[in-house]
Design a protein around this ligand. Structure first.
Ligand code: DAK
Length: 256
């Protein structure tokens, strides 16, 4: 029996790929998905072989949002619990000590856009579409979309999306900085793979520290954020950083 109900997961050469696998419902996020993610994120944390995680969707959607057919029957307290569960899973993704890349193959709406935002880098197919349609349903985003979107693209761009429920093209998402790179649909996974390979060729501890210091620093004041950077900078000396600098001077590849 499959370990997961809603996702497919495989690891090749240190690169893990998580594929949302409910194409018949456009990969809408339900409680089974969060259950699968809770298990998978613990597995990934304990698997030292995994150096980077790619998240993508099967079919024409990355994720078309939280599962409306599941949410419609919720009362206030169930909805709050669902929201807290989703937020916790997305936060664990952000706190993983490996980078996470969203390979956005199609619709990234509502909870789907929020999932992409919880990843560290977003690469999108030119066919992808982004948006936060919750307000059309009389809802607000429940998985930290009101918080991550303004931090990523600025308050004006964020409110423009959140208040209108407009779907924007991949080009527009790239223009406003929601997406870091666009590709032809058939090139998406190759491009994401190339990016993953480039990142995992770098100093593994430095990669992990850059991710955590950048995320944590956003929530600190500048003085404390730069203090954190100095501390982590110092910790790389005498180990990985020293090896990287020696390798440069000795004109050889570093041995991480
Ligand atoms: N939930 C459940 N099923 C969905 C779905 C969704 N979000 N999106 C699509 N589906 C289902 C459709 O119902 C349809 O199912 P069948 O009729 O075949 O059984 C199937 O996927 C294929 O969809 P369509 O037939 O509609 O496909 P089209 O190509 O015609 O249209 C579309 C694609 C993406 C434009 C359309 O499906 C669409 O508008 N989908 C809904 C998009 C949306 O509004 N997403 C936002 C969902 S709200 C909170 C927690 C979280 C959230 C809010 C609060 N708290 C707990 C407080 C987050 C909310 C959201 O994400």
């Amino acid at each position: 029996m499959d370990k997961f109900k809603t996702i497919k997961y495989e690891v090749r050469n240190g690169i893990a790929i998580l594929t949302l696998n409910r194409p018949e419902a456009l990969n809408a996020l339900n409680n089974d998905f969060f259950q699968d993610m809770e298990v998978l994120l613990s597995d990934i944390r304990n698997d030292k072989e995994v150096r980077i995680l790619i998240i993508t969707g099967k079919g024409k959607a990355f994720v078309a949002g939280a599962d409306i057919s599941e949410m419609v029957g919720m009362d206030k307290s169930m909805a709050e619990k669902f929201s807290r569960r989703g937020q916790a899973v997305f936060l664990r993704l952000e706190k993983l000590d490996i980078p996470v890349i969203a390979a956005v193959n199609g619709y990234a709406l509502g909870g789907g856009c929020e999932l992409a935002m919880a990843c560290d880098i977003r690469i999108a197919s030119s066919k992808a579409k982004f948006g936060q349609p919750e307000v059309s349903l009389g809802l607000i985003p429940g998985f930290a979309g009101t918080q991550r979107l303004p931090r990523l693209i600025g308050i004006g761009n964020a409110l423009n999306l959140l208040l209108t429920a407009d779907q924007i093209s991949a080009d527009e998402a790239f223009r406003i900085g929601l997406v870091q790179k666009l590709t032809e649909p058939e090139q998406l996974m190759d491009e994401v793979y190339k990016l993953a390979e480039k990142i995992i060729s770098k100093g593994p501890r430095a990669v992990s520290v850059i991710k955590s210091v950048s995320h944590i620093g956003l929530r600190l004041d500048f003085a404390n954020a730069t203090k954190l950077e100095s501390r982590e900078f110092g910790l790389l000396f005498g180990n990985e950083g020293t090896e990287g600098m020696k390798a440069f001077l000795e004109k050889r590849k570093p041995e991480w």
